[in-house]
Design a protein around this ligand. Structure first.
Ligand code: ADP
Ligand code: ZN
Length: 749
């Protein structure tokens, strides 16, 4: 049948049913967002399925792409639609469940499906990428050798007689081309097999210690969860339990049940590098049935893990937010550990929130979802107390250890009393000293990197700022530079004031580098270490630093929030929060929540063992309710107060927020477009379909970043209202500037 026949009009006396036209929506694997329609030629009809990789013409080239959808009709003129030219892989690489989730995300987060899929299916699985390494071995038993073999072929066979070899390595060693191997394969003399994925470190299935006997509380929590797993109930449970209350043990038991039933599980963790202990426990319990999707895992290793998951060999997937896309064939359960963590929100497109996608995936797949936290997000808490989620609690620690005693130090008063702007208060110095004398360890938390965070001229008041970003520059002493924390601009530290040429630039504010130095001076006999992204960037992986601390080679560890998570070391008895105010002053509706979570999490690192711990919180606002509640380990009190404020201002969880950002190099243009578009949205949408308010436009709090002016607006609406605003924006798009929307933004800055 010719191409023209395919589109013959009905008057032509249409042919048999199956020859009706068929169109495929394909996301080409090119850096262009979007999906395009192609015709499915009759010859390929049988093999083109949703999720299959095909080759399609794209511009002047032919490129691979994923088939997203099949339909009997298409919106454009069918004669202009080009055909799929080839089916590249027999089986779909795109899991139907993952595609369904990707569609949901594309619509909800207003992102082209192709862009979502690029995030969902690792590049190297679908893309051109190198073929998997192959192992060459002799066919066993060998057929009678045909007489005529080339010298190169004979060389290969002789080498393989000693045992299988990696194909690449063999070709290189013998200096023969890959075609030699292929010819031998074609003659049935050599087998070329895909190498198994390299075993992940520590994946030996050595049996771990026997699981502990569950506490009464754990049993009560687990009962309904096991039933949900068994009966495939799409129920979301918020497991609210203080740090160390045995939540992970509950996850492990629920997953074990899913495995018994022949199903798999996805476990989302905030960041793999920072949760080695959690990972070790999963490995100890489930051995090589655990796949780990590191964000740093690159190339073949990642591809290998992905294939093990897809093949059902590794039914338990542990990973950061992108693991929500894991193609687990028989999903039985999804766990989101530390569900409140900010790392679950992706801050670049597609701007999805992995916890929310986990809930959606659970619903789509018909499986239970378990969200665990000691300091739940207010969204999840609201859902749990409002009956949309089940609430389960663990109130005590199985080990019986008590929560640490918390002391709040008023730093304003401290500075006045000691007549000096000290970094560590007397109380904190005393506690650290005592801990070191007892042979114990201390964690000191400061949520800012660098040495000093701010330079100001003593004479003219000039503040040193990044020329591209309008934010203050931070001195990084180790790197010998002042650095912009937004664009990473680095320059030599100022000798004097660049504005008035005066000699003295005063340095203010302190980051982890400075805290480290102060700690070394205060405790000269102690082994002091530091962990922040600078340390990691300079070549020391977080695990290495944390291991040193774990083994006691470092006694006092100074760090950013990298030390706040997942650390479970019995010898840590003192935790200091150097300045708890860092986040409170930000004009962000989540400022209090973030501060509460941070302080509560950090405090939870102390006294995990038999010895009681103590936490010292230094602050200039000792009366702030978030700090007071964190000091009392009272999440519910914090939640009550904070929810009252959110409700009064109609912020999440009482509304959804959509952030609209416009940016460009021409300030006037950005402003004009922002005003036009936002006024337009306000006029057309507010008061209708759940669009409750539009705030702005205004210069965004970071008004000038990486050479672009930024204006933003916030929309408060119901989910339907958010969709309505997005539709409106699509129709009346901002012109001549970049624009983007962030649905459920985590930072409104
Ligand atoms: P969470 O995940 O809530 O922080 P974990 O599950 O890590 O808590 O438990 C904290 C500590 O208590 C761990 O060392 C864990 O091995 C131990 N643990 C958990 N459940 C029990 C139990 N039922 N009996 C004894 N120890 C337990
Ligand atoms: Zn900058």
């Amino acid at each position: 049948m010719t191409e023209l026949d395919l589109f013959a009009t009905p008057a032509d006396d249409a042919g048999p049913e199956e020859e009706a036209p068929l169109f495929a929506t394909v996301a080409p694997e090119v850096p262009v967002p979007g999906a395009f329609t192609y015709r499915v030629p009759p010859a390929l009809r049988e093999r083109v399925q949703v999720g299959v990789r095909v080759r399609v013409p794209f511009g002047p080239r032919a490129v691979p792409g994923l088939v997203l959808e099949l339909a009997p009709a298409c919106a454009v003129d069918p004669r202009k639609v080009r055909p799929i030219t080839q089916v590249l892989e027999g089986a779909p690489v795109l899991d139907p469940g993952v595609l369904e989730l990707a569609r949901w995300a594309a619509a909800y987060y207003h992102t082209p499906l192709g862009e979502v899929l690029a995030a969902a299916v690792p590049q190297d699985v679908t893309a051109r990428g190198r073929p998997a390494p192959r192992i060459a071995r002799l066919v066993d038993p060998p057929p009678g050798r045909p007489a005529r073999l080339g010298a190169a072929q004979r060389k290969v066979l002789d080498a393989l007689a000693a045992g299988p070899r990696a194909a690449d390595e063999l070709c290189q060693a013998l200096d023969v081309g890959p075609d030699v191997l292929r010819r031998l394969e074609a003659r049935g003399l050599v087998l070329l097999e895909e190498a198994a994925a390299p075993a992940a470190p520590g994946s030996d299935p050595a049996p771990g210690p026997a699981p502990p006997e569950l506490t009464v509380e754990q049993r009560l929590v687990l009962g309904p969860l096991l039933r949900q797993v068994e009966e495939r109930q799409p129920v979301v449970t918020l497991l609210f339990g203080i740090t160390g209350s045995g939540k992970t043990e509950v996850y492990l038991r629920a997953i074990a049940r899913a495995l018994e039933l022949g199903r798999g599980a996805i476990v989302l963790v905030p960041e793999i590098a920072l949760t080695p202990q959690t990972l070790a426990r999963f490995r100890a319990r489930f051995g090589d049935r655990v796949a780990v999707l590191h964000s740093q895992l690159a190339g073949e290793a990642r591809r290998g893990e992905w294939r093990r998951i897809r093949a059902g060999e590794a039914p338990v997937v542990v990973g950061p937010r992108s693991a929500v896309w894991a193609p687990v064939p028989e999903l039985g359960l999804i766990v989101v550990d530390e569900e409140h963590e900010t790392t679950y929100k992706q801050e670049h497109a597609p701007r999805y929130h992995a916890r929310d996608l986990a809930v959606v995936r659970g619903k789509q797949a018909g499986v239970p979802v378990l969200l665990g936290s000691a300091t739940p997000s207010l969204e999840s808490w609201h859902n749990a107390t409002g009956g949309r989620y089940r609430l389960a609690r663990l109130r005590s620690r199985p080990a019986g250890s008590a929560l640490p005693r918390v002391t709040v130090v008023d730093m304003g008063r401290e500075w006045a009393e000691v007549k000096s702007p000290v970094v560590l208060s007397r109380v904190l110095v005393r506690e650290v000293t005592a801990a070191l004398e007892r042979g114990e360890r201390a964690l000191l938390f400061q949520n800012r990197r660098g040495f000093t965070t701010f330079f100001m001229c003593g004479a003219c008041g000039h503040v040193l700022k990044c020329p591209q970003c309008d934010v203050t520059l931070t001195l990084h002493r180790a790197a010998g530079a002042v650095v912009c924390h937004f664009c990473d601009l680095r320059q030599a530290p100022p000798r004097g004031c660049p504005a008035c040429l005066g000699p003295a630039m005063r340095q203010r504010g302190y980051g982890t580098e400075r805290v480290e130095e102060v700690v070394r001076q205060l405790f000269p006999a102690a082994a002091v270490g530091r962990l922040d992204t600078d340390v990691v960037r300079e070549g020391e992986p977080a695990e290495v630093v944390l291991d040193r601390f774990r083994r006691g080679e470092v006694q006092v560890l100074v760090g950013t929030q990298m030390i706040a998570k997942g650390l479970d070391i019995p010898e840590v008895t003192v935790v200091g929060v150097i300045s708890a105010d860092t986040g409170l002053a930000l004009p962000d509706f989540r400022a209090s929540e973030r501060t509460f979570q941070l302080v509560a999490q950090v405090a939870g690192r102390a006294g995990r063992g038999a010895r009681p711990g103590c936490t010292v919180i230094q602050t200039f606002t000792p009366g702030h309710f978030a700090l007071a509640a964190a000091a009392d380990h009272d999440f519910e009190r914090f939640a009550r107060e904070e929810l009252r404020a959110r409700q009064a201002l109609d912020y999440p969880p009482y509304s959804r927020v959509l952030k609209l950002l416009l940016r460009g190099p021409d300030e006037r243009k950005v402003q004009d477009e922002a005003v036009r578009v936002v006024d337009d949205v306000r006029g057309a949408c507010v008061g209708q379909d759940g669009v409750r308010a539009v705030l702005g436009p205004a210069p965004s709090p970071r008004a000038y970043l990486t050479g672009k002016f930024r204006w933003q607006a916030l929309v408060k609406a119901t989910p339907e209202g958010v969709r309505r605003v997005i539709r409106h924006l699509e129709e009346r798009r901002p012109r001549g500037v970049e624009w983007l929307v962030d649905v459920d933004p985590y930072h409104v800055l």
